[in-house]
Design a protein around this ligand. Structure first.
Ligand SMILES: C[S@@+](CC[C@H](N)C(=O)[O-])C[C@H]1O[C@@H](n2cnc3c(N)ncnc32)[C@H](O)[C@@H]1O
Length: 396
């Protein structure tokens, strides 16, 4: 195999930005380096194919939601066909070298996170490269609510913590694009919990937080939404505190309010609704593990917001109607809130189950019941951010 000349270490880099929307990009490697690269590429709208026999749970979740294509096998010659850009991130120098050589021959720019000096392209430095590093020996955990997905919806304090982190422990519903912007060398721990799929046990997450902090590291636990809204944040706080590890809490924008809001549905409205309740739908009414008083919720006049309730939507809607909510009460189901694929489906309580099925609604979704749904504008204007340009509304 002939080897194409590789760029020299001393070659001057020419800064340029790539507009990758809709363009094929191939990421070889499904570990944390591949995840990190993919997170940024998907946020940029690239059409990403990941080639790897196995991937971390966060990448599996993205493949499951259609955010990327996953080719489940080792890299093979020809995989870069029609690509505009490639990332060689297997961590195996022989494979990464072969990818880089193939890319060079095909005139496809290629980044090797493990060997940037031999890459034909390097990611631009992130804002996080300059902040002062924390003193060693002062290990601690910062529990950060990352918001519902759009990287712009994290708080300033959360962003500051990320920019100083030594290790970031991430969930699959957190703002992935922020992972792509971490300083080089920051450790990434994938603590995704996939619905009915792979999941890092909570005890192991707690243990990792404590272990890294005790080693003197600044650990950011980056969670989706707010850490204390169905986020198991308290369990992590208690585990760290019991181990003598200091914890700072940075609240986040919860999907329970933000996702309906971005679809044009306010959870309260003057003169219409003076209450809203947020409920977990992960177990159906009547289930022995259910802690929800569905009869009380059925009697409410106000807004009901259901998280983790795709699978049990029909059973929950039936319980609400049984306990007094009119069958014609409007419902809005919002999936993939704040992302490029955000979608709103409108229906009524009596038709919720069939609409979910007919529209092939998949998690993550927030659904909202109540008169506030009628307030949503006919066509919700897409946010200025191009990443949200594909939002669409469907009536069930
Ligand atoms: C385990 S709960 C975590 C909630 C999170 N702590 C919060 O405050 O938003 C996960 C559920 O939140 C909802 N969710 C989170 N992000 C979402 C998004 N971007 N779009 C739609 N639903 C979302 C879905 O109901 C999902 O099943």
């Amino acid at each position: 195999m002939s080897t194409a000349p590789l760029p020299s270490t001393s070659a001057t880099l020419h800064p340029v930005g790539l507009r990758l929307q809709g363009r094929r990009v191939v990421v070889v490697g499904g570990g944390s380096a591949g995840y990190r690269a993919t997170a940024g590429l998907v946020h940029a709208g690239a059409s990403v194919t990941v080639v790897s026999p196995a991937v971390v749970p966060a990448l599996e979740a993205m493949a499951g939601s259609g955010a990327l294509s996953w080719v489940r096998r080792p890299y093979a010659a020809g995989d870069l066909a029609d690509a505009w850009y490639a990332v060689a991130a297997t961590g195996d120098p022989a494979v990464d070298g072969a990818v880089a050589d193939d890319a060079e021959r095909a005139r496809v720019f290629c980044t090797r996170p493990g060997a940037p000096e031999t890459s034909s392209a390097q990611p631009a430095p992130t804002d996080a490269e300059d902040p002062p590093r924390p003193e060693r020996g002062a290990g601690r955990v910062v529990l950060v609510g990352g918001g519902p997905g759009d990287p712009g919806l994290i708080t300033v304090r959360g962003q500051q913590a990320l920019s100083r982190a030594d290790v970031v422990v991430v969930d699959n519903l957190g703002p992935r694009a922020l992972v792509a912007g971490l300083r080089p060398g920051v450790g990434i721990v994938d603590a995704s919990k996939l619905p009915r799929g792979r999941a890092m046990p909570q005890e192991e997450i707690n243990a990792r937080l404590v272990e890294h902090a005790r080693a003197g590291r600044l650990v950011v636990r980056l969670k989706g939404g707010d850490p204390f809204v169905f986020g198991r944040g308290m369990e992590e706080l208690v585990a760290c505190t019991a181990a003598g590890v200091p914890v700072e809490i940075v609240p986040g924008v919860t999907s329970a309010v933000a996702v309906p809001g971005l679809a044009g549905v306010p959870v309260t409205h003057r003169g219409l609704t003076h209450e809203f309740v947020v409920v977990s739908g992960h177990v159906p009414p009547g289930h022995p593990l259910s802690l929800v008083d569905w009869s009380a919720i059925g009697r409410l006049r106000g807004t009901v917001v259901v998280l983790m309730g795709v699978e049990n939507a029909a059973a929950i809607a039936a319980a609400l109607v049984e306990h007094g909510r009119p069958p014609g009460t409007p419902v809005a189901v919002v999936t993939d809130g704040t992302t490029a694929t955000q979608r709103t489906v409108r229906t009524t309580l009596e038709h919720l189950g069939t609409t979910m099925r007919d529209e092939d609604v998949r998690p993550p979704a927030v659904w909202v019941v109540g008169e506030v749904v009628r307030l949503a504008a006919q066509d919700v204007p897409a946010p200025a951010d191009a990443s949200c340009a594909a939002q669409r509304t469907v009536r069930g």
